[in-house]
Design a protein around this ligand. Structure first.
Ligand SMILES: [Zn+2]
Length: 164
């Protein structure tokens, strides 16, 4: 298993109330020349979790911080309308997305007890507002949970679509 130090939360930077599929997001990334979607999981507005890159593959989420990271992305993250041509960051997570994110963070934290949960914006030098909320403090309880342990917990109930 790849060593994971950071569980990183992202948003897709798409407008509130609109659905985007993992295939669409994958296409945005492969159009940039990436070999696959950058994230390991995408959380739909209805709470469904879809597999992106395999967990043992290095993702593409934060420049210089991918080797030991898992990247999670919820669909949304900006206001419905642009203001003066710019998207305005907004925490658009639905209740279902909030629940799925907590489940996912717990799932990965169980696998990687020493990992820290952060938002994209919490890395030094990042000027984006992704994921449009304070993931570091929201998930601090989960980050702190097993930090002192070396356990591997196989017991998890999360369903990740597309995972074999
Ligand atoms: Zn991001």
């Amino acid at each position: 298993m790849r060593k994971i130090n950071h569980i990183v939360v992202h948003c897709s930077a798409t407008p509130e109330g609109k659905d985007y599929s993992i295939d669409t997001i994958r296409k945005w990334h492969t159009d940039r020349g990436w070999r696959d979607i950058g994230y390991h999981a995408v959380i739909y507005r209805n709470g469904e979790v879809h597999q992106g890159r395999r967990d043992n593959e290095i993702g593409a989420g934060v420049r210089g911080h991918n080797k030991h990271s898992i990247h999670l992305c919820y669909v949304g993250g900006v206001e419905k309308n642009k203001k003066k041509g710019n998207w305005i960051p907004k925490d658009t997570r639905t209740i279902e997305q909030k629940e799925a994110l907590i489940d996912l963070c717990n799932y990965y934290k169980n696998l990687h007890p020493k990992a820290e949960i952060l938002g994209h914006r919490d890395f030094e030098g990042v000027t984006k507002s992704c994921p449009s909320f304070d993931a570091k403090s929201d998930y601090k309880v989960i980050t702190d949970k097993f930090s002192h342990l070396d356990l591997e917990d196989e017991d998890s109930h999360i369903v990740i679509k597309g995972r074999d």
